[in-house]
Ligand binder design. Structure first.
Ligand SMILES: [Cu+2]
Length: 354
């Protein structure tokens, strides 16, 4: 197949020579384009679809407004934004709000969510499927066409840590290209361990594959498996799913802290064996529901889309790796560092991870 493309390139060059001087500039550009395509084809890369070429929409902050004791308005965008998934490797992601995973949404148990999706993608419809709500999929999770806006309303009656994602067909392409994220529904009565918690973070795990390649999404293995953190409050770190951010700038805690992590595996395809090196989980709430309370776990199994609240104590100074214990995935990037110091501030010492 590569040979075929090369022959095509050679004949394009030939035609260029025959059509005269004023054609030469255009031909040379065409040849360059062709050469790029050959390189891309040889590397097995799939092209960016035409309306997305050169498009890099600036991230737009999530809009959220409480309009009643049990009612919130949430407005999100679907948009095309470049994400650096590995150092120097950009991915023209299909995103919510220009982040992949998308921005963290936090509501209270019993809230009705009035959700608006502004589709800024000029070419492809998108949609929203919140795992946290009761809705009619065929009415409430429907497509919003390019440059249009859709509004939907549904209740979030179960507490927990849930995935959200675009549900437009082929769903796998939309999720694997970056349209996933986490919604936390805070339990009405809280968690029984709330008073013990000193710090809390959000960690999301996702995979990346060959660019927009449904064949690779379906039958391949991920090129990168990554962790990100999402801000729970202003000033918190907020990162995309990449191999480096949470190693270069670790999460921080203080010796003796009880740390809570809201964790969610948004896949699309792999499970996560969520583990923190150097500690044992004191308390775990599977899917983030206070009723699913477990104690003393070493590793928490998160199916694709699955969430949990995990709590643990850090008793000694050092760098704790937060990872999936499926080490082929950790090797591909899915490690974040929690740095524990006497003061809870970064002391500037080098971190040691897996
Ligand atoms: Cu989509």
């Amino acid at each position: 197949m590569n040979k075929g493309v090369k022959i095509l390139l050679t004949s394009a060059l030939g035609i260029g020579l025959l059509t005269g001087c004023n054609q030469q500039a255009a031909d040379s550009k065409n040849n360059k384009d062709m050469e790029q395509k050959v390189l891309a084809a040889e590397k097995g890369e799939v092209e960016v679809i035409k309306p997305h070429q050169g498009l890099n929409q600036k991230p737009i902050p999530l809009k959220m407004e409480r309009v009643g004791p049990n009612e919130v308005n949430v407005e999100m965008t679907s948009q095309i934004t470049d994400i650096e998934i590995d150092k120097g490797k950009m991915y023209k992601a299909w995103t919510f709000n220009g982040e992949a995973p998308g921005p963290l949404v936090v509501v209270n148990e019993g809230d009705t969510i009035n959700f608006t999706l502004k589709n800024m993608d000029p070419a492809i419809p998108h949609s929203m499927d919140f795992h946290a709500v009761h809705a009619s999929p065929s009415k409430d999770f429907t497509n919003v066409e390019p440059d249009e806006t859709g509004t939907f309303s549904y209740p979030a009656n179960k507490p927990g840590v849930f995935m959200y994602h675009c549900g437009t067909s082929p769903v796998l392409s939309h999720i694997a290209n970056g349209m996933h994220g986490t919604i936390i529904v805070k339990p009405k009565a809280g968690y029984p361990t709330d008073k013990d918690i000193d710090r809390e973070f959000v960690i999301v795990q996702n995979e990346w594959y060959k660019y927009n390649d449904l064949e690779d999404f379906t039958n391949g293995v991920p090129s990168h498996v990554v962790m990100s953190t999402k801000a729970l409050k202003e000033g918190d770190q907020n990162t995309n799913g990449d191999t480096f951010s949470l190693k270069d700038k670790p999460l921080l805690a203080k010796v003796g802290d009880k740390v809570r992590i809201y964790v969610n595996n948004v896949g699309p395809n792999e499970v996560s064996s969520f583990h923190v090196v150097g500690t044992v989980f004191d308390d775990v709430y599977m899917d983030g529901n206070p009723f699913n309370h477990m104690k003393g776990l070493q590793t928490v199994m998160l199916p694709a889309s699955g969430g949990a609240v995990v709590e643990f104590t850090v008793t000694r100074e050092g760098s704790y790796s937060i990872l999936t214990h499926q080490f082929n995935h950790a090797q591909k990037g899915a490690v974040a560092i929690l740095k524990v110091t006497e003061t809870g501030e970064d002391d500037g010492t080098a971190t040691m991870g897996h």
